[in-house]
Design a protein around this ligand. Structure first.
Ligand code: NAG
Ligand code: NAG
Ligand code: NAG
Length: 194
């Protein structure tokens, strides 16, 4: 919670600093004309750095899984790395590791086991923020996730809303991993945007 507060504080500071620039960072106008205007004003906009910290709840077991297998190859069952399996997910993102911690968004996307030799996923997902200043904005992640490594670094390749034209890096670290395959993953995301 303290981290989220500091993020929100950072956002308000950014608004104060940038208030001379006619851009509503945390309550951004929508629609084709608004997007076009936003681009026209870009030459006056200074890039800024936003840091996000959250926990990603990947629930595969129980009655209400948020990550479900959708396809696999015939050979997947013989693969030591589950090569060829695909899953779709809509995982909760929270401010802290606790189950009752505040939800700030969802991670929605498709992940696939894409390595013959190790447990490594191709991640293609959107972080969909639903709380506070970033409510309605998204960040898109596309990267390689060798899940047994301590730190996995994945590119943020774009965004929408407050995060239009974002570029950045997400660092993932497994916080807990249960026997039934549920994982709690800590994410630190740093993005450059306008
Ligand atoms: C996969 O297995 C099914 C059922 O055994 C079989 O009909 C199909 O031809 C197999 N596909 C490939 C690509 O080997
Ligand atoms: C979360 O649950 C724990 C007990 O499991 C409790 O101590 C804590 O106050 C709860 N936090 C919130 C934000 O509800
Ligand atoms: C997020 O935005 C939606 C749509 O504008 C709104 O209905 C919802 O109440 C907002 N949620 C929060 C937590 O601000």
């Amino acid at each position: 919670m303290a981290k989220l507060n500091s993020i929100l504080l950072y956002c308000s500071i950014a608004i104060v600093i940038l208030s001379s620039i006619p851009l509503a960072h945390c309550n951004i106008a929508q629609g084709p004309k608004a997007v076009e205007n936003w681009f026209q004003k870009l030459s006056h906009a200074k890039p800024k750095i936003t840091k996000l910290h959250f926990y990603f709840h990947d629930i595969v077991g129980g009655k209400n899984p948020t990550a479900i297998p959708i396809a696999q190859a015939n050979s997947t069952s013989h693969s030591p790395t589950a090569f060829g399996s695909l899953a779709i997910l809509d995982d909760r993102l929270t401010t802290g590791p606790e189950i009752n911690s505040t939800t700030i968004g969802r991670a929605q996307g498709i992940v696939g086991a894409a390595s013959l030799e190790e447990f490594s996923l191709l991640m293609s997902l959107n972080f969909v923020f639903t709380h506070g200043k970033y409510n309605g904005s998204t960040l898109s992640l596309l990267g390689r996730n060798p899940i047994l490594n301590e730190y996995r670094e994945m590119p943020i390749v774009g965004g929408s809303g407050v995060f239009r034209l974002a570029r950045g890096v997400a660092t993932a670290k497994t916080y807990t991993f249960s026997k039934n395959g549920d994982a709690l993953v800590e994410y630190n995301v740093v993005v450059l945007h306008y």
